[in-house]
Design a protein around this ligand. Structure first.
Ligand code: FES
Length: 161
């Protein structure tokens, strides 16, 4: 029966070769998928960075900044103005100020310092006065000033015209 055995061996070899081809194509498919996934994970953030979604920042011209009684004289607080921070300062019982809280140096968020009655940027020790003008430190420009309206108990900040 050597002929039958030879035929059986030949059939086994072709089955083995077919299984090898299947394994190789599976490995190739997995490697190709891995490379494609790696490329996608690299390029997707780059594409999103270069083409950001449209921001609705331009549409925000006025925000409610809280209630009058929430802020004592000679104190301040940071509130959201669209997708940027704004600084509301209650200078005295009746005087209010508001500014963009984005430092003009490197965009850190500024805060009110009641001891000096100035606006302070902790990142590089920049100081602004209560008109938004630079007092000291590296900021190159004054802060953008907003208008403050007290309507009953509510305080509203808006962009100046
Ligand atoms: S970021 Fe404000 S002083 Fe540098």
């Amino acid at each position: 029966m050597p002929v039958q055995e030879s035929s059986k061996q030949s059939t086994q070899r072709t089955d083995g070769a077919r299984a090898d081809r299947k394994r190789r194509s599976l490995v190739s498919w997995l490697l190709g998928g891995g490379v494609a996934a790696s490329l996608a994970s690299f390029f997707y953030p780059v594409v999103r960075f270069l083409n950001p979604p449209a921001a609705s920042e331009a549409s925000v011209n006025e925000v409610a900044a809280g209630r009058v009684q929430d802020l004592k004289p000679n104190s301040g607080k940071v509130v959201k103005f669209g997708n940027k921070p704004a600084l509301l300062v209650r200078v005295s019982e009746t005087e209010w100020k508001a500014f963009s809280a984005v430092c003009t140096h490197l965009n850190c968020t500024v805060q009110y310092q009641d001891g000096r009655q100035q606006i302070w940027c902790a990142c590089h020790n920049g100081f602004y006065d209560l008109n938004g003008a630079v007092v000291s430190g590296p900021p190159p420009r004054p802060l953008e000033e907003f208008a403050v309206h007290v309507r009953g108990d509510d305080v509203v900040i808006s962009r100046r015209a």
